[in-house]
Design a protein around this ligand. Structure first.
Ligand code: ZN
Length: 471
């Protein structure tokens, strides 16, 4: 489950904080109940068929094994193991997400235009100015009712997307009241975090109405850094319980991989995600000293050790490759460009409609819906770019994961399980636009390419034949 800090805000800043806060990692897989016994059987026979018999120390074995596995054919065979009805269901679920992207964008657009055109935004600003003298307090007096209005108006779509739809596809485990309670907690966090951010941003708007986009970028990046830093300490515990891995048979192989990659064992945890969902998942959260790798209890219950090792090695990839800091940097660049464009569009819009909307300029809180409108439009247009940036880091983590775990079949099986809610075999264009993780097909192909390459595990034969004095 993603940290719901920012669901209501739909601003670039907070949308980004979600992606970073829960560099929510490729590992979410499917509930075991969707993986029928039939498919499990097909998978294990496939595995046997594709098995490499020799670990490949000798070059002769390498040649023989490379010949025996055709990565393209093996990928096809794995994909063919998924029954048609399961494939149709997951395609429908995932493609529904494309439309939700559009509906959410149209909704925040409609809400923003409504608040401006009805001058509710201007009246809210008037109220804030009467209620408080200090500028920062005025921003807070505007922001809190604004968040309440937006959350209320977007509640029906939120309810459908995150409650009914999740139940319809069998992913949700919560009844309405516990779900609603968590929504309220998330909303409380949005109000606290959003109001603090807005007070700081409007201070920048007042001091530097022309160059705010530069200082504002710095401010938002610092804000995101703080959110990511405190997420494992203050935010995640509000929704789930994290504890050190208990099962020794799972823990020891995972800690061995962690030690081999210089990851402190105190940062590998188990989380009770089954409270909210049947999905199998793992994630890395935090930054600097708070970084923590967590695998969820669904994963522990539903996956075999090879799959678990692969998933955890992928998460360790995010940790070792320092993806949190890298994504923060990439998003910082996106925010800078987005704010620069916003600055131009905002001034142009105020010039044209400012009198009608009673919005005075960037430093006027009444212009917040316009700011959100422009930012969410840019965010919507940039969706393929943002997804690609994340997908590329996911692919890096996959490469790290397969090299560390050395579990190509575990990777293929995990990818198929993920296919319960992520389209397995999309077109390249679809993958570019909508996928923030590699598709199942791409992952299985990577696993099969790795398997076919059949890397030796020890010293290469060339080194062994060298005279001792030249080693
Ligand atoms: Zn990942």
């Amino acid at each position: 489950m993603a940290v719901p800090v920012s669901k209501h805000l739909v601003t670039l800043a907070l949308a980004v904080s979600i992606s970073v806060a829960s560099v929510e990692i490729s590992a979410q897989e499917t509930p075991a109940q969707t993986a029928s016994p039939a498919i499990a059987e097909t998978l294990s026979s496939l595995e046997r068929a594709a098995e490499v018999t020799d670990p490949g120390y000798s070059s002769a074995a390498v040649v023989a094994n490379t010949k025996s596995l055709d990565p393209a054919a093996a990928t096809k065979a794995w994909l063919a193991a998924v029954p048609r009805d399961q494939r149709e269901k997951s395609d429908a679920y995932f493609e529904g997400g494309y439309w939700l992207l559009l509906w959410n964008f149209l909704l925040i657009t409609a809400i923003s235009v409504f608040l401006l055109e009805s001058r509710i935004s201007a009246r809210l600003r008037d109220f804030a100015e009467r209620a408080a003298r200090v500028r920062s307090l005025q921003v807070a007096c505007y922001a809190i009712p604004y968040f309440v209005i937006v959350a209320t108006l977007s509640f029906p779509l939120n309810l459908y997307e995150h409650f009914f739809r999740e139940h319809q596809y069998g992913f949700a485990t919560q009844t309405f009241l516990p779900w609603f309670r968590e929504q309220l907690i998330g909303f409380g966090l949005t109000i606290i975090g959003g109001t603090i951010l807005l007070i700081a941003l409007y201070t920048v708007f007042r001091r530097a109405p022309r160059t705010w986009w530069i200082w504002g970028t710095g401010l938002v990046v610092i804000f995101l850094f703080i959110v990511v830093f405190i997420a494992p300490l203050c935010i995640e515990p509000l929704f789930n319980t994290y504890k050190p891995l208990a099962n020794v048979e799972i823990r020891d192989p995972i800690l061995a991989m962690a030690r081999a990659n210089q990851i402190p064992a105190k940062q590998v945890f188990e989380v009770d995600a089954s409270r909210q969902t049947t999905r199998v998942s793992a994630n890395v959260s935090g930054v600097l000293g708070t970084t923590r790798i967590a695998l969820n209890d669904n994963l522990l219950k539903q996956c075999t050790l090879p799959e678990i090792r692969m998933v955890m090695a992928h998460e360790m990839g995010h940790y070792v490759l320092n993806h949190g800091a890298k994504l923060l940097t990439y998003f910082g660049i996106f925010i800078l460009i987005g704010f620069a464009l916003t600055s131009v569009f905002f001034d142009a819009a105020v010039k044209r409609w400012g009198i009608r909307w009673r919005v005075r300029g960037i430093a006027d809180p009444a212009g917040l819906p316009l700011l959100v409108l422009i930012l969410s439009t840019l965010l919507f247009i940039a969706t393929p770019l943002l997804n690609t940036v994340v997908r590329v880091t996911e692919r890096e983590a996959d490469a790290f994961g397969i090299n560390t775990s050395r579990e190509p079949d575990g990777m293929a099986k995990a990818a198929l399980k993920l296919g319960a809610y992520r389209k397995l075999d999309p077109t390249p264009l679809e993958e570019f636009i909508f996928f923030d993780h590699p598709s199942g097909r791409a992952r299985i192909r990577m696993a099969m390419d790795w398997k076919a390459a059949n890397l030796p595990t020890g010293e290469s034969p060339a080194t062994e034949t060298m005279p001792p004095d030249r080693r």
